[in-house]
Design a protein around this ligand. Structure first.
Ligand SMILES: [Fe+2]
Length: 203
């Protein structure tokens, strides 16, 4: 269990890593902020306690830190990847855990980084399946996929919100934890309600 001082040190380390990620790949940094916001909202609505929410938020911020070890040419590549390139991409959760281990990041957070590319049906990077995948990693995986679908990427077309939500629904029980998907929909509706109650900012 971390004491209050340890939390302070850990957040300092998290900020340092985010700074390094922002310097290497601003695009991946912005993606990580988006994923962290979605994952934190999802964890809260799912009813997780404060400590679990903090760990999920931290894990989501750091989930792609391993991409620091990948060149921008490969991160932004549009065409199909060679087998070697695919193996480099696939190694980024492991690379992230290796980088973070030495900086005092707690094992509970490292676990989320390690398993953020698992699928509910066992078809992910490490083949973990269903409830064997840590819940925080399942939450981050769903937030990660949704953020990727709804933001512009060099190698895929941006989706409209209804289209992205349909994709989440269609993949409940295969890619995503089917228990999380309805909670995800509740969260998106809540966020949209909040947004629609805010005054529009006009240029
Ligand atoms: Fe990733």
């Amino acid at each position: 269990m971390l004491g209050e001082d340890d939390y302070g040190l850990e957040w300092q380390a998290i900020h340092n890593w985010l700074g390094r990620l922002a310097a290497h790949s601003p695009f991946t940094y912005r993606h990580s902020l988006g994923v962290a916001s979605l994952a934190l909202n999802l964890a809260r609505i799912y009813g997780m306690d404060q400590g679990e929410c903090q760990a999920i938020y931290a894990g989501a911020l750091l989930h792609d830190v391993g991409k620091i070890t990948i060149t921008n040419a490969l991160l932004m590549k549009k065409g199909p990847l060679t087998r070697e390139e695919w193996l480099v991409i696939k190694n980024h959760p492991r690379a992230g855990v290796e980088l973070l281990t030495a900086s005092g990041i707690s094992p509970g957070i490292l676990e989320f980084v390690a398993y953020h590319h698992e699928r509910w049906d066992g078809g992910g990077y490490n083949g973990l399946k269903g409830p064997d995948i840590p819940l925080g990693a399942r939450i981050i995986a769903l937030a990660d996929a949704f953020e990727a679908m709804t933001s512009q990427r060099p190698y895929q077309q941006i989706r409209t919100l209804p289209n992205a939500l349909a994709e989440v629904e269609n993949n409940a029980g295969t890619q995503f934890d089917p228990g999380l998907v309805p909670v995800f929909f509740t969260m998106i509706h809540k966020l949209m309600k909040t947004a629609s109650s805010l005054p529009l900012i006009r240029p």
